[in-house]
Design a protein around this ligand. Structure first.
Ligand SMILES: [Zn+2]
Length: 317
């Protein structure tokens, strides 16, 4: 069999070239001078582009510098608002700061684990709490003075709570900015015989002594006007604790200055203060007049009148 040769023409160099119509010639290689010119143009383009970029950066940086302070201020304002938001000032505290009315501190004697003396069917702390609250209500109705209780209802009525010391009560009155402090107590007598009204002022030689006595005089005038007998010379006395903690009592006419301490609530008060023995809670006539529920209301009215007088106000309730 003859060998079939493939239908192809063997390749020869330059065989397919169209010599009559040659393809366009390649551009001649650039001359060296052109290459340098091209590099110079490229450098100029790079330089111009760099200058444009630098100008843009300058503009952006300037804008940031101009806006930064106001942005920071806004941020700090926002932070301040956020910081202030969780702890808004209580309305009561804000109102107290703008309330310029004089503060009258009312101290309901005893309470908690210390019931005070035992009266005819009640304990001293019950009478002092009832009277103090009735007085608080009167002062609040009046509105010209700001009453402040030195202890809470819980501290007064809950026997499981430790006794609030007299010095602590005075300190609380001081912290409230009290202009006047009245500590309410009830007298007691083991043989159920004693009766009448007495109160204790800040002793001579101490700050606020004169103003304390002036308040005591208004108090005795009020209780006397009800027909209550004033004990001692005029119902106003001083009390001192001796070396062995014994009580030493003097009349208000005794102006001797003593270094012995007096009742803690008077000793530590930063304002005129008086401790009032409202009535003998061991005497039925006294209790009927000033110790039972009606008596506490009556006593509160007398205290209110005396407080108004001390401040130079006419009673308005
Ligand atoms: Zn007492």
């Amino acid at each position: 069999m003859p060998v079939t040769t493939p239908n192809r023409t063997p390749y020869r160099k330059g065989q397919n070239r169209n010599w009559q119509n040659p393809p366009p010639r390649r551009p001649a290689p650039r001359r060296r001078e052109d290459w340098y010119a091209m590099r110079r143009r490229r450098r100029r383009r790079h330089l111009a582009r760099g200058l444009v970029m630098a100008a843009c950066l300058c503009v952006v940086a300037g804008a940031v510098l101009l806006l930064l302070p106001s942005l920071m201020q806004q941020e700090s304002d926002a932070a301040g608002a956020t910081a202030a938001a969780p702890t808004p000032e209580p309305a009561a505290a804000a109102a107290a700061q703008t309330d310029t009315r004089p503060v009258v501190a009312i101290d309901p004697g005893h309470g908690g684990a210390d019931p005070g003396s035992e009266g005819l069917g009640f304990d001293e702390y019950e009478m002092t709490w009832a009277t103090a609250n009735a007085l608080y209500d009167l002062l609040e109705q009046d509105g010209r003075l700001r009453p402040h209780l030195t202890i809470s209802e819980e501290e007064s009525q809950n026997h499981d709570i430790a006794r609030i010391r007299p010095s602590e009560r005075a300190q609380r009155a001081n912290e409230a900015g009290a202009a006047l402090l009245l500590s309410i107590h009830g007298n007691s007598d083991p043989i159920y015989d004693a009766s009448g009204y007495e109160c204790y002022a800040i002793p001579p030689g101490n700050a606020n002594h004169e103003e304390s006595v002036r308040f005591a005089e208004y108090l005795t005038a009020q209780f006397s006007s009800l027909g209550q007998r004033l004990r001692g010379e005029n119902g106003i006395r001083y009390l001192y604790y001796g070396e062995n903690d014994e009580q030493i009592m003097t009349e208000s006419s005794d102006e001797t200055v003593s270094s012995n301490p007096t009742f803690g609530v008077l000793e530590y008060a930063a304002c005129p203060a008086v401790l009032s023995e409202q009535c003998f809670i061991t005497n039925s006539a006294d209790v009927d007049l000033l110790g039972d529920a009606d008596g506490c209301e009556t006593a509160a009215g007398l205290y209110y009148n005396a407080i108004c007088a001390w401040f130079g106000l006419e009673p308005a309730v």
